[in-house]
Design a protein around this ligand. Structure first.
Ligand code: E4P
Length: 215
């Protein structure tokens, strides 16, 4: 399963890369805002850091604008994936951009119908949001299971399902069990995935006993 880093912080991306957990990176306007730096600067820097796709999201609403911005953003680096919300104009834009060989990531996906349309449009990746669905009392993981089952009926679909809005280790493990192609996770979740209280307790006990061994 692929691990994307949901971050625009270069230190976090580099740390994930050292762990072999930076198969790609996703950003959104909120993540770029948090970085405190400019959109183009951040995307160019991240794209140079990793080999995998870097999802970069322009903010525009008409298909023509999305296509224009998408072509520009895609010119910044070969591994940029233009991230586009699932709207009618977004679908039109993805059809055109993917037809030109530009990688696209359809985002803000909350239903199997939206996932299917994104695949039909030729999106390289889709990002269904599990945490935000859970927040409104719907099961985010049910959505992932439905999308994976639906895509598996059609071997011709090569759109990858990258689970987004991941809030903790359970979302990661359930995504893997559902057969998602990948997850995009905040760095804090990567750290949570590594830790177990019994591992910490075991290390503490071994260290304490090691210090008692006579030289
Ligand atoms: C990634 O593609 C999404 O933009 C991100 O995972 C959203 O996460 P959030 O719902 O925690 O903001």
């Amino acid at each position: 399963m692929k691990f994307f880093v949901d971050s625009a912080e270069t230190e976090e991306i580099q740390a994930a890369k050292r762990l072999g957990l930076a198969d790609g990176v996703t950003t959104n306007p909120t993540i770029i805002l948090k970085s405190g730096r400019g959109f183009e600067t951040v995307i160019r820097e991240i794209a140079a850091l990793i080999d995998g796709p870097v999802a970069a999201e322009p903010v525009c609403s008409s298909a023509d604008e999305i296509i224009r911005e998408g072509r520009l953003i895609a010119s910044w680096a070969e591994n940029v994936s233009v991230k586009i919300p699932l709207t009618r104009d977004g679908l039109e834009a993805v059809r055109v951009l993917s037809g030109e060989g530009i990688s696209t990531t359809m985002t803000l996906i909350f239903s199997p119908a939206q996932a299917l349309l994104a695949a039909k449009a030729g999106a390289s990746f889709i990002c269904p949001f599990v945490g935000r669905l859970d927040d409104v009392s719907h099961s985010g993981m049910d959505l992932i299971a439905e999308i994976v089952a639906l895509f598996s009926n059609y071997p011709g679909i090569d759109t990858e399902v990258i689970v987004a809005s991941v809030r903790g280790p359970a979302h990661v493990i359930e995504s893997a069990m559902a057969g998602a192609d990948g997850v995009t996770v905040p760095y804090t979740v990567l750290e949570q995935l590594m830790r177990h209280p019994l591992t910490d307790a075991g290390i503490e006990k071994f260290l304490s006993d090691w210090n008692k061994i006579a030289p």
